[in-house]
Write a protein that binds this ligand. Sequence first.
Ligand code: NAP
Length: 261
Amino acid sequence: MNLNLKDKVYIVTGGSKGIGEGISRAIAEEGGIVVIATRSTGPVTIDFIAELQSQGVEAHAIYGDLQILENCENIIRETVTKYGRIDGIVNNAGMNDGAGLEKGPEAFRNSIKLNLFHYYDLVYYALPWLKESKGAVVNVSSKVALTGQGGTSGYAASKGAQLALTRDWAAELLPYSIRVNAVLPAEVMTPLYRKWLNNTFDDPTAKEKEISDKIPLGKRMTTKEEMAAMVVFLLSDKSAHTTGQFMVVDGGYMHLDRALT
Ligand code: NAP
């Protein structure tokens, strides 16, 4: 199936690691131009960009912390200066930072800044170009937005707000044929997830198995490639009549009875 992403320009935040890396690869495989906006300045991004370029893919990294508003404005400016267009934004960068109720107001505010504001800021600055291209936005949220988790107020509030923004922007941007959808992962093995397992549990391997065993479809975690497949579909013309939707890609973790064997 040709998704018709060829030579179109997509910004992926956090696009060199974890789910974002999977999304960047999937866009590249479809012939799209990938702009990775990240604060990961080391080999993880440099080597990844070099790998994509060695395969003939047009790929570019823009470095900076997305929590800083000027960086978001710069990402859009630099992308347009270099490529002259923007066809899609994948808001993906974020982390579950455990800013729970007991951590206090400052931690809560910091968490919102870490996880939410840049989702708005990038789309705000990209809007003129998205109008021109009739582009698409995909917000990577989390199952936590719908289930809660406990002990992570800032992250849960941000992820929930991302879903609200998805619906609000889908409505607001109808006249411009800009589609806005959200993807909700549950359990995907990424560098961040691995770090959390290793730092939180005495026996991370046993914990990983315990979590995987609760996932109805296949008793395994979702892969970043499976997340990316949904995202590129939502960026593409093949989803031309899909907007304002929450796509839960989780092997049935959230909706099927976890006790099913
Ligand atoms: P990851 O492995 O940590 O990758 C995220 C990337 O985004 C990293 O390169 C990170 O840089 C970058 N990033 C984070 N905050 C940034 C900021 N403020 N400015 C610039 N770059 C930033 O994470 P992941 O597990 O793939 O998660 C991706 C998204 O999926 C997140 O929104 C997360 O909440 C969501 N999610 C993931 C899971 C899961 O199971 N993995 C489940 C539900 C939802 P650093 O490495 O420097 O932090």
